[in-house]
Design a protein. Structure first.
Length: 122
């Protein structure tokens, strides 16, 4: 139990360190990403208004048919394309990328590259 509390505390510190310099506004909202072992989730958030402008995940019903397993790079690429499409439909082309406490590699990098290819500017 002590070890888990320590890991959670370290993760929370990393999250705060990353988010300290990232604040989404109406011109450049924040694209936040969360990944678990089985799924990946992302949202475009306007922090000033406190609203989610667009979201996509491997658990969405329309993406579930395309994704066989949500915990790999292929699924992250599909979610990245979907979030780019949905953000552009909401009128967002420029964003700030918030990786949270996760390293920018693997699934997060694939999601970011797919979102860039979809037309989002980081």
């Amino acid at each position: 139990m002590r070890q888990q509390k320590l890991l959670n505390k370290q993760r929370w510190r990393r999250t705060n360190r990353v988010r300290k310099g990232i604040r989404g506004d109406s011109t450049r909202p924040r694209l936040t990403v969360h990944r678990s072992n089985k799924h990946i989730y992302c949202q475009v958030i306007d922090d000033e208004a406190g609203k989610t402008l667009a979201s996509a995940s491997t658990r969405d019903k329309d993406l579930a048919g395309k994704v066989k397993y949500g915990g790999n790079c292929e699924a992250a690429k599909i979610v990245g394309e979907a979030i780019a499409e949905r953000a552009k439909a909401a009128g967002v082309t420029q964003i700030k990328f918030d990786r949270g406490s996760f390293k920018f590699h693997g699934r997060l990098a694939e999601l970011a590259n797919a979102a860039r290819a979809g037309g989002l500017d980081f």
